[in-house]
Design a protein around this ligand. Structure first.
Ligand SMILES: Cc1ncc(COP(=O)(O)O)c(C=O)c1O
Length: 511
């Protein structure tokens, strides 16, 4: 039997079995307990251990080889996806065969987001203890939607939320909720603000943000009943910040038209360029105008833990609500977002509800009940991955890691700025910086094309992956340092690969 590796592109489905010589799964791979109408889906203790061992072995090997796995693994995705379509299987497949498909074929067909060289978009994390927490949560499968069903477990979640609040400088009385990500956190924030400021008069409400805001803001607003024609995307200044004067003018104009300004969403680190809006000045403005101030800290809020970024983030602690994405700045696996709301009662007011079939609610002041702070009732147990991971490492480890990302980004920016033909479009306010290529006589169109090519040519060298964006009317390349696996060696690779790619790309474009 040949191994899959000998085939280059991984075969799938029937082809997989034909080429590898593996036996097709037999229908009896799941054992049925004898008896009329009884099926036992449980595995024996020995089988469970054997299955878990197989999975853990694959996962640990996967992590160990991450740096040598391709950063950009998507090839012939259309053909692969078409070949994967199948009707629902009537009988089972052995775990080993499923793991082969996953680890040899499907997982490699992806951006290698947990790789140390991943400096594209906003890098994610994937701390191993969080996976263990998920395993515990899924195997014990307790009900953490309501406090009464698992009070101690829910308290762990409440603790983790409280720690986030403390790290962000939020006061006692803050409440929050874990979400699947920043988008859903922002949705909950808009809902809270809408309930508090507009009541039933939703249609006249207007939300303000910058033209650099993440697109989840407009989606979140729509989900919360604030239609796109009531969202003002205010053009940013040359450094990609929301200009307070323009915000003030937009609010005044809407008020004079009989509309109801109710909310500002500012950025603690934009996705395009990493810009942090003047949070303190915007907080002043919101206080004066009596508007809800939400800060999107999905990318940047965890730099509150950094020793060096307090000034740039000043005012974040005054926000009415804050989007956090622990799957970014706390290196958790995807699916870990959070919302903090300074006035916990406002979050409860937006989501509080009960029903005849539910037990009596605990005292809201004393005990946290997830279903009273967000739209979900039944759900997974996101608090466990946060709690276990924070307890295991301790907060200082996160402080040190985020400090390191900041130092690496500053070093990367200083070295990239010295490369020929590079223009820095903004400094790294946190750990992300944008830049573009130029040369004497270059037009904007040529600069855009060359910068776009530079991102691809650098990534094709295979040691780092970077991505670009359109910001301020041009295409910018960008580097974002946020993976816990990224260290100085990856910055060396970045600078070296950018340097050689620049020579190649500029030579091509100058002729
Ligand atoms: C600044 C910012 N806000 C919000 C989001 C949306 O977060 P999520 O993808 O977790 O829903 C992102 C995602 O990258 C982001 O970068």
């Amino acid at each position: 039997m040949r191994t899959c590796a000998e085939y280059g592109a991984w075969p799938v489905g029937a082809e997989y079995y034909a080429l590898t010589g593996r036996r097709r799964p037999r229908p009896d791979c799941i054992k049925f307990t004898q008896g009329v109408g009884i099926i036992d889906l449980e595995f024996s203790a020995q089988e469970m251990r054997a299955m878990a061992d197989q999975v853990v072995a694959r996962c640990v090997d996967h992590i160990a080889t991450l740096p040598s796995q391709p950063l950009y693994g998507v090839h012939n995705a259309e053909a692969l996806c078409l070949s994967m379509r199948e009707s629902s299987p009537a009988s089972g497949t052995p775990l080993a065969a499923l793991l082969d498909d996953l680890f040899m074929t499907y997982i490699p067909q992806s951006f290698n987001t947990p790789s140390p060289g991943y400096l594209a978009y906003i890098p994610g994390g994937g701390l191993f203890p969080a996976a263990l927490a998920d395993f515990i949560a899924d195997t014990t499968n307790r009900y953490t939607g309501i406090w009464q069903a698992a009070p101690a477990l829910v308290q762990l979640e409440a603790n983790a939320l409280q720690w986030l609040g403390e790290w962000m400088g939020f006061p006692a009385g803050t409440r929050g909720v874990f979400t699947t990500g920043g988008s859903m956190a922002t949705f909950n924030a808009v809902l809270c603000a809408r309930e508090q400021y507009l009541g039933p008069d939703i249609r006249r409400g207007v939300l303000y943000t910058s033209d650099q805001a993440h697109h989840c803001v407009i989606k979140a607003a729509k989900l919360a009943g604030i239609m796109p024609d009531r969202v003002r995307s205010i053009p940013c200044d040359a450094q990609f910040h929301l200009p307070v004067q323009a915000l003030r003018e937009a609010i005044a104009q809407d008020r004079s038209s009989g509309l109801l300004p109710f909310m500002v969403v500012s950025n603690a680190g934009t996705t395009n360029t990493g810009a942090v809006d003047p949070l303190n000045a915007i907080a002043d403005e919101c206080a004066a105008e009596q508007l809800w101030h939400h800060v999107d800290g999905a990318y940047g809020a965890f730099f509150q833990l950094c020793s060096d970024t307090h000034e740039v983030l000043r005012g974040i602690e005054r926000a009415d609500s804050l989007t956090l994405d622990p799957h970014k700045g706390m290196f958790m696996p995807y699916g870990t977002g959070a919302l903090l709301v300074r006035n916990g009662a406002a979050l409860r007011a937006a989501h509080g509800a009960t029903a005849d079939y539910l037990p009596d609610m605990p005292s809201a002041a004393e005990f946290y009940d997830p279903s009273q702070h967000g739209p979900d009732l039944s759900r997974g147990f996101p608090g466990l991955r946060m709690w276990l991971t924070i307890k295991l490492y301790g907060a200082d480890a996160f402080r040190a890691a985020i400090d390191e990302k900041r130092v690496l980004a500053l070093d990367a920016a200083a070295r990239v700025a010295r490369l020929p033909h590079v223009v820095m479009d903004a400094p790294p306010e946190l750990s992300l910086f944008p830049f573009h290529l130029t040369w004497p006589g270059a037009t904007l169109v040529q600069e855009d094309a060359a910068t776009r090519e530079l991102m691809a040519a650098t990534s094709q060298r295979g040691r780092v992956m970077i991505s670009g964006a359109v910001a301020g009317g041009r295409y910018v390349g960008r580097v974002c340092v946020l993976s816990f696996r990224t260290h100085a060696v990856q910055i060396d690779h970045l600078v070296a690969d950018l340097a050689s790619a620049i020579t190649e790309v500029v030579a091509r474009h100058r002729v």
